[in-house]
Design a protein around this ligand. Sequence first.
Ligand SMILES: Nc1nc2c(c(=O)[nH]1)N[C@H]1C(S)=C(S)[C@@H](COP(=O)(O)O)O[C@H]1N2
Ligand SMILES: [Mo]
Length: 347
Amino acid sequence: MSEPWAKPPDALHRRGTTSLETPLESLDSYLTPADRFFVCNVTNTQVVDPASYQLELTGDALVNPVTLSLDDLVALPSHTVRAYLECAGNQRTLFGTLQDQHVERTEGGEDVPWVLGGVSMAEWSGPRLRDVLALAGLRDTARWIAPLGLDFDNPECPIEIPMPVEKALHEDTILALTMNGAPLPPDHGFPVRAIVPGWIGTYSVKWVGRITASSREIRNYRTDEYYVIDGVTVTRQNVKSSLALPFPATMGPGVKRIHGYARSPDQPIRNVEWSADGKTWHEADIISPNEPYGWVRFVFAWKAEPGEHRLMTRATDEAGETQPETCVFNPGTLLFNAIIPHPVTVA
Ligand SMILES: Nc1nc2c(c(=O)[nH]1)N[C@H]1C(S)=C(S)[C@@H](COP(=O)(O)O)O[C@H]1N2
Ligand SMILES: [Mo]
């Protein structure tokens, strides 16, 4: 049987039946190389022929619904965004391991049992979604824009994620054609994927085949049932940080340089603090670019002494948004962003 991904999965952790998690400890850079970038597939990676690829623009909010080729998209001005992508369910198993709460729906494969690495960071380039929509003449009445993926394997539940027109027309919402300067790999949406910076990964629809522009609100299973906390559709990510160490970690004694990644959906990071006792906090060094939609790589020196430890980090962004001590439980186990007491055994 063929695998649900195109890349060799060896450098990543298999999660659920169709997803791959990035071992953050295997990274040493700001941008994540494509072969290490996590994969969140509802079904299977699609293999799309660029020569016959078509993007259908449809809906009552368009003056001239049109079908575009890849060349039509390449011909538009290209915009580059450096943005991390994170699955809304990243870190969901921590509701169980750290807060003793019941994480449902992971066994049947519906919810991916992510630990820390359902997140990665890349540089994306391609036309702005607003420039693409303009080719079909977007009416002032437009309210909702819904990209649809070509992975129709599951026709009952297409990957169609409607977003309000304001986000679709934002200057940093693009249809990416490249990732880290190379054509998108199949696993990451070749030849065209949406990049919706700051929002949960699901909005960044891969293998986009159709975009509907509607004057009415578009709602579906994903907006009304799946990506919901307390009756509200989840859109924006939240502030998080985690160590780039296996969970739990084991190491020998001595002074160690401990790395990690911290991120805010749409702000630079103001600081990352770390603590080994939960009471005294020290500042970690940020050793990467610190950009609105990017994550940052941080490092601190820790004297590892034999025994069991809990290393914690807390990120705060430029707007003052920070991480809570515990994360309020939600049945979908989305957006876990509490300070993580990362178990470390020194022996
Ligand atoms: N067409 C399509 N787009 C999709 C998905 C999918 O299964 N099909 N998964 C979404 C989810 S849930 C996430 S978290 C991101 C993950 O992007 P990546 O696989 O490139 O890391 O893609 C999103 N876009
Ligand atoms: Mo996801």
